[in-house]
Each structure stands twice: as structure tokens, then as C-alpha cells.
Design a protein around this ligand. Structure first.
Ligand code: NCD
Length: 335
């Protein structure tokens, strides 16, 4: 498998997705034994990665760092641009070009849509080329979140005929939620999938995503404000929080009542018994903590799946994926 950067979710085709899922499964399996762990850690100890996160993050940052550690990669990080030369007026392009002289991989999160692509093009034309992973670019894209969401759905539906033919209900801030945008585009690769976008009028999906899904052809989607009916018919529910960090004084969605779209413990009674409940996290009131105990809650698995699928992505970018897939560990000192 070969890809040079991870910039947008629509760069992945079905074959690539299935390959990454198999690779993540293999990495996860190796992690169950000491031999497996040490084998993985021996693969890339000569490589260095930079995590440049200029937007808040808990899960994505830590899971990328853990994914690097799994493969033996050493990491460095900038999480606060106030501590870098950006503060002295350096352009973001110059900062990233500088990082690329020190490391073999850059993982970046930024509030600016499209910045990752811009940097990737810039680095493609320099001698210090390194792969870039988009770990969230403004309200635009979050491709590795989409991979982990899909990996979770794929595992969850394994005994129920896979993702094909399933109804996925997405709820919340569908306008500015990048995870919804990235995941919807990946779901369009499957056959007979239906997406129900359920949100208040003001939080509907953006026209470009609507056009993309219409063009993709094989995906059926509806947009509704009817929360209760949409969740009761769903095979999976993808809850999201209101992305109010993008509110501004002249463009605020702050006063819109979204309480009707909260998934409560009482709603569990109307969900399908096999329904999967996902959330990229962090959550607020839109997802009741009482639901955590329900077997349909998948969001804690999702977080762990993020580490495996990110390790798989990095393994491909740094060229050890074939090696992992063909390796077998014989001794079993279970952890
Ligand atoms: C999401 C993000 O940052 O886009 N979180 C994450 O990466 N797990 C969703 C969010 O912040 O609401």
C-alpha cells in the first residue's frame, strides 16, 4: 500500500480502507503479547515524528503519540504556538518547513481549513520532504477520525453483515463538525448505506458536502429536524457536540436551542437492540453519561480504535505495513 500524505478522507478508496482495518487488527493483536509489542517497537526506532497541534486536543494528540510509541518512533511536540517562533512573526509555512528538517513525519492540527494541503504542496517541492497527517483542519476535515469511526463501525457490524446496507444517523452540529464531513465521505464507498442527518435547521450540512454526496451516487441521505424518528430507525447513531469555538460576534449560533437533540437514557428504549452509539468526543450534555453502561455505547472503544488505526496509517506512510502483515510472533507471553 502506498500514500504519501493523509490530507482528506476522500483520498481513501474501499480497498485502502479494508487494508488499513486488517493492518490495525494485526497491530492490535501484536499488542497482546510482550513479543508482539517488542517486535512493533523494533520497527521504526530510527524515525522521529513532530506533533504540531495549534488547536486544543486530548484524544487525537495522545492517540497519535501512543501510535508513534507503539512503532518505536520518537516524538516531539508543539501544542501552543505562543511558544514557537510564530510568536515572533514567523509564517506558518516557514515554521513547518523548519520542522521538516528535523523529523520524518509531521502530524498537524490547525484551526485553518486547507492548511495541511498547502503545507504538503510546499514540502513536496523541497528537499526536506516529509509526509503530513491532517489531525483536524478547522471545520473542514478530520480524516483519521473518520478512519477510526469507520473501523469501529466495521468491527461493530462484523457479525451483522458489515457496513453495507446500514442506516447511520448523524446528530448535532453537522454544519461545522469536521468529523461528520470526513466520515460521510467514507461511508459513500459502501453499498446501500443511508445517512440520516438530524439537526436543527441552523446546523444542517454545508452545500459542498451535500453536492459531494449527491455526486457520489450510491449513497442515500436525508436531512431532517425530527430527532426521535431518525434515531429509532438507525443501525448506528453518531452524536456530535456543538462546535461553538467557531462562533464569532457576527456569526453566532449560540442562542439556538439544541436540547431536543440530546440523546438521553430514556431514548435507549426506542433504539434498535443492536444499534451502535458513537461520539468522537469530547461530549457535553448531548450524550447522557448514563448511556456509558449500555452495551450499545461504542465511544470508549472508538478512542482505543483510534490508536490502532493511527498506528496503521503511520506504518503505511513510513513503509513498514507489508512487514507487519507478513510477520508472525511465535512465543506467547500474554500481558
Ligand atoms: C473532534 C475534533 O476535534 O474534531 N474530536 C476529536 O478529534 N476526537 C470533535 C470535537 O472536538 O468535537
Amino acid at each position: 500500500m502506498k500514500f504519501e500524505h493523509v490530507l482528506r478522507s476522500n483520498q481513501f478508496h474501499l480497498g485502502t480502507l479494508e487494508y488499513l482495518f486488517a493492518l490495525a487488527d494485526k497491530i492490535r493483536k501484536f499488542n497482546r503479547t510482550q513479543e508482539g509489542l517488542l517486535y512493533l517497537r523494533s520497527l521504526l526506532p530510527h524515525k522521529r515524528a513532530m506533533l504540531f497541534f495549534s488547536q486544543p486536543s486530548t484524544r487525537t494528540f495522545l492517540s497519535f503519540q501512543a501510535a508513534c510509541q507503539i512503532l518505536g518512533i520518537q516524538t516531539s511536540a508543539i501544542r501552543d504556538p505562543a511558544t514557537s517562533s510564530e510568536k515572533k512573526g514567523e509564517s506558518i509555512e516557514d515554521s513547518l518547513r523548519t520542522f521538516s528538517s528535523y523529523v520524518d513525519l509531521i502530524i498537524m492540527r490547525s484551526p485553518v481549513a486547507g492548511l495541511c494541503e498547502k503545507i504538503a504542496v510546499l514540502l513536496d517541492n523541497t528537499k526536506s520532504w516529509v509526509p503530513i497527517i491532517n489531525a483536524g483542519s478547522g471545520p473542514d476535515e478530520h480524516p483519521t477520525q473518520a478512519l477510526l469511526d469507520l473501523y469501529t463501525l466495521n468491527r461493530g457490524f462484523k457479525l451483522h453483515g458489515g457496513i453495507n446496507g446500514k442506516t447511520i444517523c448523524m446528530v448535532g452540529d453537522l454544519k461545522r463538525g469536521r468529523t461528520v464531513r470526513s466520515l460521510s465521505q467514507l461511508l459513500a464507498h459502501y453499498k446501500g448505506v443511508k445517512i440520516i442527518f438530524s439537526s436543527p435547521q441552523e446546523f444542517k450540512i454545508e452545500p459542498d458536502l451535500r453536492a459531494h454526496l449527491q455526486q457520489a451516487g450510491n449513497i442515500n441521505f436525508v436531512e431532517t429536524t425530527d430527532f426521535v424518528n431518525s434515531i429509532s430507525s438507525a443501525d448506528a447513531i453518531y452524536m456530535t457536540r456543538i462546535q461553538d469555538e467557531y462562533d464569532s460576534p457576527d456569526n453566532s449560533l449560540q442562542n439556538i436551542d439544541t436540547s431536543q437533540y440530546n440523546l438521553t437514557y430514556e431514548h435507549l428504549a426506542i433504539l434498535k437492540p443492536s444499534c451502535k452509539i458513537l461520539h468522537p468526543m469530547p461530549r457535553r450534555q448531548e450524550l447522557d453519561i448514563k448511556i456509558d453502561q449500555d452495551p450499545r455505547a461504542e465511544y470508549w472503544n472508538q478512542q482505543r480504535n483510534g490508536m490502532w488505526i493511527r498506528a496503521a496509517v503511520i506504518a503505511v506512510l513510513l513503509g513498514v505495513d507489508q512487514e507487519i502483515l507478513s510477520h508472525t510472533v511465535t512465543a506467547h507471553h500474554a500481558l
